[in-house]
Design a protein around this ligand. Sequence first.
Ligand SMILES: [Zn+2]
Length: 120
Amino acid sequence: MNGGENMHELSLMESVVKQLRASAAENDIKKITRVLLVVGKMTMAVPDALQFAFEVLQKEDELLKGAVLEIREEPVRCECKDCGHLYEAPNYEFLCPSCSGPNVKIVGGRELYIDFYEGD
Ligand SMILES: [Zn+2]
């Protein structure tokens, strides 16, 4: 860890691991082998830092040891409330590219959830 730069991802990963633990306990799973995490661009979480945080957290952890983390990034998506145009906004384009209107709603890119996980 350098200067707390990865703290955002570490705390996000801690809550993901907490959810995994709760779900595994509920489903009587002793070992998790694979996790697919969906991460929206607007969470500002860096995939490499999430991977690193996961590696830190899974060490010495019987449930998570050896599990593979896969990350699927979701783009920022917007919908224009004036013309209904739906578009991706990789650079946070909050003016509608179709009608140039400013009444744009963010409809995607804030997600952070476990899509699924596998284990025994
Ligand atoms: Zn529009």
